[in-house]
Design a protein around this ligand. Structure first.
Ligand code: NCD
Length: 314
């Protein structure tokens, strides 16, 4: 099945070979960005951001502009008709005639899925509550694939807020489809990965899991260390956040005996969880990861729009 006209709500909406098609194109775009500068001429991306974002919104905008397309939308729902009580269904129906593809971020889990049911154009989930963040996951998968050459047989440690972190939920669910994946889950007891994710995804795919509260205990045994921010905005009270916010701080000295080729990843924004002295370590790839987010979003939108991507090909 072609990716043209499809929605991306959950990373598992696409088969592994469809994901490879996106990553292969993203690799070509990363190596030769200028050749793709006009492939979306005349196309418009709509951005519906009902929740704050820097990277996701700007990387989508940049991706569309770099392919010669245009962008319209809002980044503050209080300035749109949503504040007058308009439903998501009506907003998306109208936007379907204003744009050719839309990205939506919403605090409510399931909002982009609902939008996709009423939309006449492809809907991309730009993050829904604590649920999913599929384009961050595509970025993360592309990063691992570029550094490792494969997505199979990876032992990934997730560290921080595994309860509310949607990037973690999305990436775990996507990685559990690859052969040989093993997960090490590092969090305070209150911020453990939700049980339903553990049972429905991990048992189904028979993936090895090890849970611990201690980063130092496991840091030397993993291929990828995926650090995350404690998700302040999803806490019910400030006191709990204050108590947990600095649970893990990765510093250069903690990396001392970790594998030379381990990847330290982070979806960003970081708060305190990675000290600045880690930034120059060769294992730190989080800024490259953010850059790869542009190429993966370019590739994704080009394929959903069905534009001609055969530039420079005989
Ligand atoms: C993440 C998010 O919004 O979930 N940010 C992002 O899109 N790169 C991670 C976070 O906010 O902690």
């Amino acid at each position: 099945m072609s990716l043209k006209g499809r929605h991306l709500i959950d990373p598992n909406d696409f088969s592994l070979s469809e994901l490879d098609e996106i990553f292969d194109l993203a690799d070509r775009m990363a190596d030769d960005r200028d050749s793709f500068g006009n492939i979306c001429n005349g196309k418009i991306l709509g951005t519906l951001f009902y929740e704050p974002s820097t990277r996701t919104r700007l990387s989508f905008e940049s991706a569309m502009l770099r392919m010669g397309g245009k962008v319209l939308g809002f980044s503050d729902a209080s300035t749109s008709s949503v504040s007058k009580g308009e439903s998501i269904a009506d907003t998306i129906r109208v936007l379907s005639s204003y744009a050719d593809v839309v990205v939506m971020r919403h605090p409510k889990e399931g909002a982009p899925k609902l939008a996709s049911e009423y939309s006449l154009i492809p809907v991309i989930n730009g993050g829904d509550g604590g649920h999913q963040h599929p384009t961050q996951t595509l970025t993360d998968l592309l990063t691992i694939r570029r550094y490792r050459g494969t997505l199979e047989n990876q032992t990934i440690a997730f560290c921080g807020d595994l309860k509310f972190g949607r990037t973690v939920h999305s990436l775990i669910s996507a990685m559990s489809r690859y052969k040989g994946s093993k997960f090490v889950l590092i969090s305070p007891a209150e911020l453990r990965l939700p049980g339903h994710l553990k049972s429905s995804l991990l048992e189904k795919h028979n993936v090895g899991i090890y849970e611990t509260e201690n980063l130092e205990e496991v840091i030397n045994q993993v291929n990828v260390l995926y650090m995350t921010r404690i998700q302040k905005e999803r806490f019910f009270n400030e006191a709990d956040y204050m108590r947990l916010k600095d649970s893990y701080i990765l510093s250069r000295s903690k990396l001392k005996d970790s594998r030379e080729d381990m990847l330290v990843m982070h979806p960003l924004p970081r708060v305190n969880e990675i000290s600045y002295d880690v930034d120059d370590d060769k294992r730190a790839v989080y800024f490259k990861q953010a850059e790869f987010g542009i190429y993966v979003r370019m590739a994704l939108m080009a394929l959903l729009l069905g534009v001609n991507v055969n530039v420079n090909r005989k």
